[in-house]
Design a protein around this ligand. Structure first.
Ligand code: DHB
Ligand code: FE
Length: 279
């Protein structure tokens, strides 16, 4: 049987990817953020998951306004880094896990989550930056990766409650996969930030710390947070946080926090990194 070892919540700030790619981690601006990564990478190195299921969002790289899937599951054997206007990041391609991905598709769709199934999907910073955060700069990513792309770009995004329930269904799907393997689920994006309009630059670290606390505290409050609260408190792009609830749902009723790093700011956002394990 496959089992979920843990969950990672991680921001996906593109400038963090660039700082890694161009060796800027030791610069004074970046040092305090990167100082928090070795312990998280150690947890990942110790855990050695066979597969990571990564809930992330595309930023009009793979999908444009022509097609906007709410939840798109990548079932391909490989996914290439997207060209986000400056050429693709020079990071390894993702090696997928088609067998588990098709099992997820079958289990989740029969569980009444109407996912879009995707065979070709370049992955942008939303997915590749959290990989770099957790794995550094290997020649190949040391895990298979199943990307699960969530629409948080074009209104209406899914509710946090729907994301949480999808996470719970992912847990059921993984636990019904008839092969011994270990899985880590990522929820990426966020935390508070707003990149556009009059409130561009908004950061609300208090909201973010309470969000981190409530992943193992008042979870029901988080699951029920309406879109308007994300918009008001965490800015227009803070809605990316609903993807963290997919990760949290995949851990089961009780979870414990094993690591947290929160640094404000990196680029335009309050940068959060959390590792949880099923309790
Ligand atoms: C930034 C954050 C994002 O989530 C993103 O997709 C793009 C930019 C930023 O903080 O600069
Ligand atoms: Fe983003």
């Amino acid at each position: 049987m496959a089992r979920i070892l843990g969950g990672v919540g991680a921001s996906h700030v593109p400038a963090v990817g660039a700082a890694i790619d161009y060796g800027k981690q030791d610069e004074p601006y970046w040092q305090p953020y990167f100082a928090g990564l070795p312990a998280a990478r150690q947890w990942m190195a110790d855990s050695r998951p066979d597969v990571c299921i990564v809930a992330y969002n595309d930023h009009a790289s793979a999908f444009s306004l022509e097609i906007i899937p709410t939840f798109a599951l990548g079932v391909a054997p490989r996914f290439e880094p997207a060209d986000e206007a400056f050429g693709p990041r020079r990071v390894p391609s993702l090696v997928g896990h088609p067998e588990l991905a098709w099992h997820l598709a079958e289990s989740l769709i029969h569980d009444e989550f109407d996912l879009t199934i995707v065979n070709e999907m370049p992955v942008d910073h939303g997915c590749t930056v959290p990989m770099s955060v957790m794995f550094g700069q290997p020649d190949e990513w040391p895990t298979r990766i199943i990307p699960l792309c969530v629409n948080v770009i074009q209104y209406p995004p899914p509710t946090g409650h729907r994301c949480f329930e999808l996470g719970r269904a992912i847990r059921r799907a993984v636990e019904s996969y008839d092969e011994d393997m270990t899985v880590v689920v990522f929820g990426t994006g966020g935390m508070s930030h707003q990149l556009q309009g009059q409130r561009a630059g908004l950061i609300n670290a208090d909201f973010d710390v309470t969000f981190l606390d409530d992943l193992t505290g008042d979870l029901q409050r988080l699951v029920e947070l309406p879109h308007g609260t994300y918009l008001r408190e965490a800015g227009s792009e803070g809605i990316e946080l609903v993807m963290w609830l997919i990760m949290r749902g995949a851990l089961g009723d009780e979870a414990k926090e094993v690591y947290r790093h929160h640094h404000v700011p990196t680029s335009n956002t309050s940068n959060g990194l959390i590792i949880l394990e099923p309790a």
